[in-house]
Design a protein around this ligand. Structure first.
Ligand SMILES: C[S@@+](CC[C@H](N)C(=O)[O-])C[C@H]1O[C@@H](n2cnc3c(N)ncnc32)[C@H](O)[C@@H]1O
Length: 511
């Protein structure tokens, strides 16, 4: 890495105001939305005749269009053509041609708002051709989903397994003293290293190798991976894209990573992964995924965000590889995917998040382990780029803390707590017209996973009284008396429900 060239690039990009906001201003929201749909024409037209550095860099590095050497020198005056060639950004003759995608990326995390420049391979929109199988992906939807889930730090060490362009490693570097970023692709590591350097981050170490090989014998406070989880038929006529396909059968790449995290986490260390899991022969895929940690001393919390049937799954990933329905080869690819699924009796594929935490101490707490597998598909609070899931990391951390606070408590201990309704919870009551009593009472969570919980009259009354002042036992006594029901029966009914509301983040429990 040419350090002087990287410094020059950084100062040129800053001087050019090559930022998310500046781009939005120069090409407008309609063109931006079209770009997200894979159509660059409105953006090209919006930039026509605009010779500002922002526009020149956008045409070159985002739209993949040629520029004149004179315009590029004006946009990158410190780096120059030779410096940009040294960094592998362009090829130059009578015109300058981009060799990489380079764009600003804005985010919001626990430490506040930030912005980086991220280099990756040019996509189909810029090259007009199908992706190479060693394509290095930029920041995509899955990347942003995972970065939005990352637990706040600070921690000492973190591992980003399958770093690609390095986006998770950069996020981890904000919360960790030292980060190790691995990949099987040397090109990916080179780009990730360039991205760290251009953004002034020097706490990431890059290592080549598969899965946990590059970190044998090492342990981390955090392990993060957006792994190549896309289930792909193992046939020669099906392209195997490095960025999405781990080269194994079915969902084995995810189960192997899950199986490996335990011996690479310090006690109390946490792994956060994205993954796919197969529903086989009518067996619930979420339960299968939970089974991957049956024998491990790991807290396990899996959230399924969506499921796709085999045909939809095949179509999604064949399109992602650049082959559209109706084009040559499409039908034989669908056949390959459906044959592969049929061999394992796959009826659906789940997608979601996995959070795994190594137990403190030497085990022996199996009955207190967190073991949750749940389907939560409500749209998350949307914000700008990178903010879609913001706040979820803090939510996950508070749920883990809530689990730790109540897991060891028996019912008497729980009744002594002073629970308080979380500030983002509202209650909705639906009545049949003219009816005195509600037919449905729903508690709605405004943040977190935006859960909706149907509750009965007694639980609604209990939750309504949870102000953090009264002990749960006292509240149950009062509610039993008002509803004229037996307090012991009410306690037996409500205590498990209160535990569930605490774990869901709708009630905060304090002593
Ligand atoms: C979906 S991309 C994730 C990139 C980036 N971490 C992100 O969040 O956008 C998966 C990455 O895993 C890498 N990879 C594929 N097989 C791997 C393996 N066996 N071990 C480690 N990394 C692998 C790919 O090269 C690719 O960079």
């Amino acid at each position: 890495m040419d350090a002087a060239a990287v410094r020059a690039l950084r100062s040129d990009l800053a001087a050019a105001r090559f930022t998310v906001d500046a781009l939005s201003t120069v090409w407008g929201s309609g063109a931006e939305a079209a770009l997200e749909r894979g159509d660059r024409v409105p953006a090209r037209r919006a930039l026509a005749g605009n010779d500002s550095a922002t526009a020149v860099l956008a045409r070159l590095f985002i739209l993949g269009l040629d520029e004149s050497p004179r315009a590029v020198v004006a946009a990158l005056p410190a780096l120059g053509i030779a410096g940009a060639e040294t960094l592998g950004l362009i090829a130059s003759s009578t015109r300058v041609r981009p060799l990489l995608d380079l764009r600003p990326y804005a985010f919001l995390d626990a430490r506040g708002a930030g912005e980086w420049w991220i280099a990756s391979d040019l996509g189909e929109l810029a090259t007009g051709s199908a992706l190479r199988t060693d394509h290095v992906l930029g920041v995509g939807g899955a990347s942003v989903t995972l970065s939005g889930l990352l637990l706040p730090g600070p921690v000492d060490t973190a591992l980003d397994l399958g770093t690609g362009c390095g986006i998770q490693a950069l996020h981890l570097a904000r919360e960790s003293r030292r980060v190790v970023a691995t990949d099987i692709s040397q090109r990916a590591l080179d780009l990730a290293e360039l991205n760290a350097a251009v953004n002034g981050v020097d706490s990431i170490e890059f290592r080549l190798g598969s899965l946990f090989d590059p970190v044998a014998g090492e342990r981390f406070d955090r392990i993060v991976s957006n792994p190549p989880f896309v289930i792909t038929p193992r046939r020669e006529d099906v392209p195997a894209y490095e960025y999405r396909d781990g080269g194994l059968v079915g969902d084995e790449i995810v189960s192997r990573i899950v199986g490996g995290v335990g011996e690479h986490l310090v006690p109390g260390g946490i792994a956060q992964l994205l993954g796919n899991w197969e529903y086989r022969d009518g067996r619930d895929g979420l339960e299968r995924a939970l089974g991957w940690t049956d024998d491990a001393a790991l807290d396990t919390w899996i959230v399924e965000r969506e499921t796709l049937d085999p045909a939809r799954y095949a179509e999604t990933w064949i399109r992602d590889g650049g082959t559209q329905p109706g084009s040559p080869g499409y039908e034989s690819l669908v056949d390959a995917w459906l044959d592969d699924f049929a061999q394992r009796g796959v009826t659906a594929v789940g997608f979601g998040y996995l959070l795994l935490r190594r137990a403190h101490g030497g085990g022996g707490t199996a009955d207190r382990r967190l073991r949750r597998a749940e389907r939560l598909d409500a749209p998350l609070n949307a914000g700008g780029s990178g903010a879609a899931a913001s706040g979820l990391g803090a939510h996950l951390a508070s749920v883990l803390a809530a689990h730790d606070a109540i897991a060891a408590l028996d019912d008497a201990g729980l009744l002594a707590l002073h629970p308080a309704v979380a500030p983002d919870v509202t209650e909705e009551r639906s009545h049949w017209p003219g009816a005195e009593h509600p037919t449905v009472i729903t508690l709605r969570q405004g943040g977190g996973f935006r859960r909706e919980v149907r509750v009965g009259t007694a639980l609604a009354a209990v939750v309504g009284a949870c102000d953090g002042e009264l002990a749960l036992g006292a509240i149950l006594g009062a509610v039993a008396s008002i509803l004229e029901i037996d307090v012991e029966a009410l306690t037996a009914e409500i205590v498990p429900e209160v535990r569930e509301l605490v774990l869901a983040g709708l009630l905060a429990a304090s002593r």
